[in-house]
Design a protein around this ligand. Sequence first.
Ligand code: NAD
Ligand code: UGA
Length: 460
Amino acid sequence: MPRFDGRILCIGGGHVGGPTMSVIAARCPQYEVTVVDVSADRIRAWQTDDLPIYEPGLLDVVRQARGRNLFFSTDIPAAIDRAEVIFVSVNTPTKTFGEGAGKAPDLQYWEKTARTIVEASRGNKIVVEKSTLPVRTAHAMERILNSNRKGIRFEVLSNPEFLSEGTAVRDLEHPDRVLIGSHETATGLAAREVLVEIYANWVPRERIVTSNVWSAELSKLASNAFLAQRISSINSISALCEKTTADVTEVSRAIGLDSRIGKRFLEASVGFGGSCFKKDILNLVYICESYGLDDVARYWESVVSVNEYQKGRFVHTMVHAMFDTVADKRIALLGFAFKKDTADTRESAALLVARKLIEERAVVVVSDPKALGNARAELADAPAGRVVFEADPYAAARGAHALAVLTEWDAYRSLDYRAMFESMEKPAFLFDGRNILDHQALHAIGFNVFAIGKPALKHF
Ligand code: NAD
Ligand code: UGA
């Protein structure tokens, strides 16, 4: 492979492709970075200051590079032909049809992209798997790419992304590690070196880790599975805390102080959400099953089933506490995004809570500082009159029987809960699905307070 000419392309300008390429372009003015997407709306939005995704700090990064060495386009074939390094960051949702439905990833977008790359290319290229893919996907991709009759050689690398939404810019600028998987062949190692050089512009060399392709692919799935497993572990303990009057925050602190365990990702909650944890674990489960590793599959599957249990348990607590009926009661949901600092509502626990409450014939008032647009789309099929959208949390609380905190937005920590209490029906309930509020103070105001993994504070 000749010297890298600095022309980088990313196919898929979503939550990963957009921020990742923006940071590369901002940090490496010597490169020309282009992002393409099949969605013309998304590309248009990237060209304005009303970006298609909300990420703190992202607009500043985009503005540094846009028009200088960062470009957004819908002309996919032209951009492919021009680039030497092509990141592929298209979505890989769970398959909804055919073999593996409900577990296996739907690789149609990936395969279509590979075929488009073959058609549009006139020279050798490095194709980088940025999307999260099942282990050994690179094998299939190489076959599709390298069965071309043009004599073009494609080298496939695995470079999974570990950013979290809400902290994407920080995670990309200061990653714990960058993982690059390649073949141990001469061309594989040369391609790997190109990618190492790109990241080395701002990532310390010791944080750029290399491995074989299959280890890199599997490390991404395993990493998400381990993170989610910690949440399900502490959430399972939260259920036991509620039965025994232990306090999950105290238990979590005590566990996390063991340096072998560490304190992060031990916050009990209404359940994890987001587009990836469930999808990636089910993908891992499917792979294990396909290799006949049923016990391993069941182990990881339980991480997802405990999460479903936790979400269901939260709604059950709400309905049961409110005298076993919420029919026609107004219930304000504070937060709909799957975590703070994002507008993303994919797989948010709030979705299940809202749907279950609607089934119970409650009137659900959805409030969120950033995610109301996505919440509206997610709940578009709700029966008329059962869902109200209200950006202002005080207006959402007015006349409500209960508040339920479902996203840990910082703003929710300092609301005037006394004023909200005054405007609510009595008895007033507060369900803290994130354990972010001062429960004793809320109880003193007059709320009946139910938190995760803590004794309920009631007035009756
Ligand atoms: P996304 O849905 O936000 O973005 C994917 C984009 O790809 C969309 O804009 C879509 O229009 C585009 N696309 C689909 N098919 C295309 C095609 N054939 N040509 C051009 N564009 C196409 O998804 P995302 O959240 O960015 O996730 C992408 C991948 O990265 C997934 O595999 C995901 O598991 C992984 N990942 C996501 C995160 C995250 O925080 N969201 C973090 C790490 C890894
Ligand atoms: C997660 C991983 O953290 C990233 O490393 C990974 O790149 C990404 O998935 C991916 O592959 O998509 P993300 O889903 O954006 O990132 O956000 P997280 O911070 O991991 O939170 C996931 C969910 O777990 C959220 O609903 C969050 O509220 C919940 N959570 C997190 C808890 O309930 N308790 C915790 O202690 C931590």
